[in-house]
Design a binder for this molecule. Structure first.
Ligand SMILES: C[S@@+](CC[C@H](N)C(=O)[O-])C[C@H]1O[C@@H](n2cnc3c(N)ncnc32)[C@H](O)[C@@H]1O
Length: 202
């Protein structure tokens, strides 16, 4: 699991430029163009949130926990639907931005959440955050299944009857280079070199 210090280091340096470039509440991760490249990024992100919230069957009065809420774009989409979002993040400037927008956001690791912390939910989302849940050290000793099982057990304990989880995550497919081969010194243009900037090192 990435530590709070690692998350602060990963996201805080970009806080100001990210907000200046994309607005106070935007998603860092992905958008739903669905083949229409004429869409603006803002529209494609709106469409992504509509897709997510429709799949979770979220309506007015629903409660959703957003694990790794970033700068609060999903919290905004929830408020626009008349639903209530509770966001958690490990980045202080992200929390400050969410709070400035009037959204509920806590500086908190999901491992510290229990059904008593915020109550239960109609939906749980983790959008672009699961990538952080297993650290390189945990991966090396084969703990990944345990880490993700713990996360999904938590989701299960937080959901009311009929509640759903939505996860958006990068995955390490069979054609990706072995973690150990990823290096700045790998052959220029190779997968091992291309993946280097996006790979946490410890
Ligand atoms: C790539 S950002 C995604 C933010 C937002 N969901 C989006 O799509 O733009 C990853 C988010 O996960 C959060 N995060 C990572 N590990 C976490 C943990 N253990 N507990 C809570 N939040 C975590 C980070 O603080 C950050 O907000």
């Amino acid at each position: 699991m990435a530590t709070r210090a690692e998350i602060e280091e990963t996201y805080n340096y970009m806080d100001e430029i990210f907000r200046e470039s994309f607005g106070e509440h935007a998603d860092l991760s992905c958008a739903f163009f669905d083949g229409d490249l004429g869409k603006t990024l803002e529209q494609a992100q709106r469409d992504k949130h509509r897709l997510i919230l429709d799949q979770l069957r979220i309506g007015a009065g629903s409660r959703v926990l957003d694990v790794g809420c970033g700068w609060g774009r999903l919290l905004k989409a929830l408020a626009d639907r008349g639903a209530h979002g509770v966001g958690i993040t490990l980045s202080t400037p992200q929390q400050e931005t969410c709070l400035r927008g009037g959204y509920e956001c806590h500086l908190m690791d999901w491992r510290d959440v229990t059904p008593v912390t915020f109550g239960t939910f109609d939906g749980v989302t983790a959008i672009g955050s699961p990538e952080h849940f297993c650290s390189p050290d945990e991966y090396r000793v084969g703990l990944q299944d345990q880490v993700y099982a713990r996360f999904f057990h938590l989701c299960s304990s937080l959901l009311r009857g009929g509640g759903r989880v939505y996860v958006q995550s990068m995955v390490w497919g069979p054609t990706a280079p072995a973690y150990e081969d990823i290096s700045l010194d790998a052959a220029k243009g190779s997968s091992a070199a291309v993946c280097w900037p996006a790979t946490p090192r410890s």
